[in-house]
Structure formats: C-alpha cells, structure tokens
Design a protein around this ligand. Structure first.
Ligand code: NAP
Length: 394
C-alpha cells in the first residue's frame, strides 16, 4: 500500500490523482490533502478520503472546514492552513509519496519540504522546477529519491530514457500541441479573448497552464523543466509542434535511434506511472493504434510565439532569470485573465521583467522567493504603466 499526500488536491491534477487512487483502492491510501480556496471540494474530499490532515489556504476557511468536519462526525481529521499547512501535508510522517500539484510558486516551499523530508515526489508543478529546479533536484539526489515527472512530456521522456543511458542521449524532443492559436495570424492576437485562450484543443487543465499553452510559455517552462530534471543543457532540448498530442515526447540516442512514447491524452496515465514506478500495472486507458491515421510535426514559430524564445534565453542564463520568467508570467497571465491586458501584451511584459531581473545562481529557497517577489513587483508596475498609457492615449 502506497501512502500519498496531494498538494493541490482540488485542482485538475489533484482530482485526476484521486481518480487514480479511487480505481486502485488496494494500492493507494490518501494520507493528507492540501487545497487552496475551494472549501466545498476540500470538505467533500475530506469526507470521502478521511485523510489524517487537510490543509486549506486561508485561516478563516480552516475554521469553517474544521466546524463542518466536526458536525459530520470527522473531528479526528486535523485541519491546517497556509504555507505551514501545505508543509505539514508535504512532510506528514505517514506519507511516502507526495504529489506536487499546486499551481505556481505558491507550491514551492511545500514541494521543497517534501524532498527535504526524504519523500518520493511525483511532480506536476513545473513552476517549482523553473524557479528552483536545481535546489529541488540536488535535495532529491542527496536523499537518493527519484523525482517522477507527472507533466506528460517529461513523463514520456522518463519512460523513453529507460531505453538507454544518459550518456547515450543525443537530444530530447518535447512535443507541443501548438495551442488554440497555432494557425491564427499574429496580426489577430490583439483580439484574442479569455474564452478563446482557455479553449485548449487537446487537454483540459487549470487556467494558468491553459493560457501558458496558448502563448507557448508552457512549452518554454517545459524546456527548463527538462533541463533540470534530466540535467541536460537547453541546446539538447528541442520543441516540435505536433497538433494531435499523440506522441507525448521522444528521446534521440547517439546511434540515431529515436524512442517515442504515445498514449491517450489522459493525465491519469502519467500519474499512474509515477505512483507505481518502477512497476507498470494493468489499466483500462487503452490507445487504439488501429485508429491512428496522422502524426503531423512542424517546427515552432518563435517569432509568432516569443515566450518560447524567452524561455530558452532564461534557461541559458539560469538562476534568477528563470525565477523572473515564471513570476512575470504568473502576474501577466492573471492580468490577462481578469481582462486588464491583451493577449499579445503578455510576452513584452515578461521580456521586460526578465531583462530587469538580476543574474546569478540562487543558493536557497529564501533567495528564490525574494527574486520572485522582486520580479512580481516589477511586473505589476510595468502593467500599471501599460494601463496608464492606454488611458492617457484615450
Ligand atoms: N492540468 C494538467 O493537465 C497539467 C499537466 C501538466 C502539468 N500541470 C501542472 O500541474 C500544476 C497544477 O495544474 P492544474 O492544471 O491542476 O491547476 P489547477 O486546476 O488550477 O489547480 C491548482 C491547485 O492548486 C491549489 N492552490 C492554488 N494556490 C494554492 C495555495 N496557495 N495553497 C494551496 N493550494 C493552492 C488549488 O486549490 P483551489 O482550487 O482549492 O483554489 C488547486 O488545487 C501546475 O503547475 C501545472 O503547470 C498540469
């Protein structure tokens, strides 16, 4: 029986993880859950899974949750909150596997605490790896624990890498669906609405990653994530647009052989792989090869999607630059989602924030969080200036 903690249990990955746990009750026990603002789902999950502990972001929500659990006869479930709460979930002594699926850098401290506590990590939260990947991987190495990618591309690479040694790898090919605007002329990007950007062609995901997929920043983050997870330089990682999202990624070896992983576009599969690694177990998520007709590929257009270029540049520069890239993106995407800025303004705002950020490696999570806060402050100011100039020109 594997005992699991889930950071971000109320989100898309969190729900898929619980769905996997539901399908294999003899294999997985849910020990601890961490939610953000979704009190109702957190309560239902606590009722269904009876974890030892549940965390919620706000203190006021924790009080309400605690009262409701008492009324439901579940007073033995410990209710915690805030960052300390997520850390409690990540390091619970009874948990041996932690799924890191909080969105953004808000999940960083808990994710790092989990690895530091010697837990095996199934990592979906790519922003943690973009901001502090070197610190997280170093800690996992120190404890001799694998970091198991849940992001479908990295999960695919992890699977392909089982076909050779690291020193035999020539190149990693990350596939990209291209997002909803693959064939939209960039002259129309100014008119893109939030609803259009949230309409991803192949995956159903949380809002931030869906917008990041539309700008291709998500793919840029994945390049950095791959550098960190597999200890490869950015130049060894290529992106290939593959609109069907059938092949999740590929590894090319020095002898010219290329191994590709393909399967259903269903996140429960990489989650199951991570949770059962190094075993593989029977599932009903079958891909019907007989129905396969097309596998299309084309190179990405970095002029049309500058976020991908920005990510490569930040990956080369490393340290504080990738922290700024993620922080600025998080702020810019939030501004787009609330209707303050246009879709085509996102890359320029991020580029300025990265340019304004410090260079150099960051030695601790505290330094990462400081660089993150600084980049957020810069980005908010930069957005305010954009909005002011718009008002003055009207
Ligand atoms: N969805 C996918 O298919 C997919 C694929 C690959 C990688 N990923 C990565 O996985 C991560 C999660 O993505 P998602 O699509 O599942 O996002 P999502 O649906 O937006 O879920 C985010 C989760 O984080 C929780 N959360 C947010 N802020 C929090 C805080 N301060 N404290 C505690 N919990 C907090 C949310 O709680 P509430 O909902 O309760 O507020 C929710 O449970 C992201 O890093 C994403 O890039 C996702």
């Amino acid at each position: 029986m594997k005992r699991i903690s889930i950071l971000g249990s109320t989100g898309s990955i969190g729900l898929s993880t619980l769905s996997v746990a539901e399908s294999f009750p003899e294999r997985f026990q849910v020990i601890a859950l961490a939610a953000g603002k979704n009190l109702e789902t957190a309560f239902e999950q606590a009722r269904r899974w009876k974890p030892r502990v549940i965390s919620i972001a706000a203190e006021a929500h924790a009080e309400t949750l605690s009262d409701r659990l008492k009324q439901a006869g579940l007073s033995e479930i410990e209710v915690v909150y805030g960052t300390a709460g997520t850390i409690r979930v990540a390091t619970h002594p009874e948990a041996d596997f932690v799924v890191s699926a909080i969105v953004g850098v808000g999940g960083l401290e808990a994710t790092y605490a989990a690895v530091k506590a010697g837990k095996t990590l199934g990592i979906a939260n790519k922003e943690c790896l973009v901001a502090a990947g070197e610190l997280i991987t170093a800690e996992a190495r120190k404890h001799g624990k694998p970091l198991l990618p849940i992001d479908s591309e990295h999960n695919a690479v992890h699977q392909c890498l089982r076909g050779g040694r690291m020193n035999e790898v020539e190149r990693v090919w990350l596939t990209a669906s291209g997002g909803p605007f693959l064939d939209t002329p960039s002259s129309q990007f100014h008119l893109i609405t939030v609803a259009q950007a949230l309409n991803h062609p192949t995956w159903k995901m949380g809002k931030r990653i869906t917008i990041d997929s539309a700008t291709l920043m998500n793919k840029g983050f994945e390049v950095i994530e791959a550098c960190r997870l597999f200890e490869l330089p950015p130049a060894s990682i290529s992106v290939l647009v593959h609109p069907q999202s059938t092949i999740h990624s590929m590894v090319e070896f020095v002898d010219g052989s290329i191994l590709a992983q393909f399967s259903l576009t269903d996140m429960r599969l990489p989650i199951l792989y991570a949770l059962t690694y190094p075993e593989r177990i029977q599932s009903d998520m079958r891909f019907h090869v007989n129905d396969l007709r097309h596998l299309d590929f084309r190179p990405p257009d970095m002029d049309k999607f500058p976020c991908l270029r920005l990510a490569y540049e930040a990956a080369e520069a490393g340290g504080a630059k990738t922290v700024a890239l993620n922080a600025a993106d998080e702020v810019a995407v939030a501004a787009f989602l609330e209707g303050s800025i246009h879709f085509d303004e996102i890359p320029g705002i991020i580029e300025d924030a990265v340019r304004a950020s410090n260079t150099g490696a960051l030695q601790s999570i505290a330094e990462v969080l400081e660089a993150d806060a600084e980049a957020r402050r810069y980005t908010r100011k930069r957005i305010s200036k954009t909005l002011e100039s718009r008002t003055t020109s009207v």
